[in-house]
Ligand binder design. Structure first.
Ligand code: ADP
Ligand code: ADP
Ligand code: ADP
Length: 213
């Protein structure tokens, strides 16, 4: 399957991705995770992306399309993929169509993590992540076994620099202005499935499984 996950920051894309990935043996490509790795490693890409990310603005289309184009060539992505956090602009969606057309493949489904903005601040400010895997936890909704420690590796968890109420405001603005039109773009193609992303994680997983079965 070739799936796209769209939703505002904190809507649960990163939480559901590993489950979907394992259920269907897909590769998981999260542009936010890839960009954070590049920023941490201070690569040329990371240096270019950092300022926009810190402010909660989108990184330029050329940079993210480059990353995705490259990452989709991996052997593990040939059977199918989950794009988590990409495309976030209509230009990115059009570029993705060009890339997929060349390979003679199509997007199967776009999962829209529909949720009210009001719920997101609590989700975002309580989020802790394991940077190298992208696993996310929540102090209240999904606490790790030991506070501040990843369940799987025992490595420390961190809070994202942009997971503050102030930066969330900019990220939500970018979502409404630049990413909502992407949902329309795919709705016109009849590809969108709307999820009730405000429900508990297990119920969201059940909805996803129903949509994909
Ligand atoms: P969230 O968990 O809020 O959905 P991500 O981890 O997906 O956030 O993205 C973090 C930041 O990385 C974004 O605020 C943006 O600056 C940048 N980013 C990630 N994906 C894209 C993209 N497809 N286009 C432009 N910028 C992106
Ligand atoms: P996204 O990748 O869309 O930005 P995450 O999956 O990282 O969102 O979820 C944001 C925060 O909310 C995390 O701390 C996560 O543990 C928590 N979370 C995810 N899904 C739910 C849910 N359905 N109900 C409550 N909290 C959730
Ligand atoms: P470069 O130094 O060529 O700009 P980076 O070293 O910054 O690329 O890449 C950092 C990480 O982000 C890599 O692990 C890779 O997965 C991804 N990445 C960044 N830029 C690209 C790109 N243009 N093409 C493919 N992958 C990229």
């Amino acid at each position: 399957k070739r799936l796209i996950l769209i939703g505002p920051p904190g809507s649960g894309k990163g939480t559901q991705s590993p489950i979907i990935k394992d259920d269907y043996c897909l590769c998981h490509l999260a542009t936010g995770d890839m960009l954070r790795a590049a920023v941490a490693a201070k690569t040329p890409l990371g240096v270019k992306a950092k300022e926009a990310m810190d402010k909660g603005e989108l990184v330029s289309d050329d940079l993210v399309v480059g990353i995705i184009d490259e990452a989709m060539k991996k052997p593990s992505c040939q059977k199918g993929f989950i794009l988590d956090g990409f495309p976030r602009t209509v230009v990115q969606a059009q570029k993705l169509d060009e890339v997929l057309d060349k390979q003679g493949v199509k997007v199967d489904k776009v999962l829209n993590f529909a949720i009210d903005d009001a719920i997101l601040e609590e989700r975002i400010t309580g989020r802790w992540i394991h940077p190298s895997s992208g696993r996310s936890y929540h102090t209240k909704f999904a606490p790790p076994k030991t506070p501040g420690v990843d369940d799987v590796t025992g490595e420390p968890l961190i809070q994202r620099k942009d997971d503050t109420a102030a930066v969330l405001k900019s990220r939500l603005e970018a979502f409404h202005k630049q990413t909502m039109p992407v949902i329309d773009y795919y709705a016109k193609k009849g590809l969108v499935a709307n999820l009730h992303a405000e429900k508990p994680p297990k119920e969201v997983t059940a909805e996803v499984q129903k949509v994909l079965s």
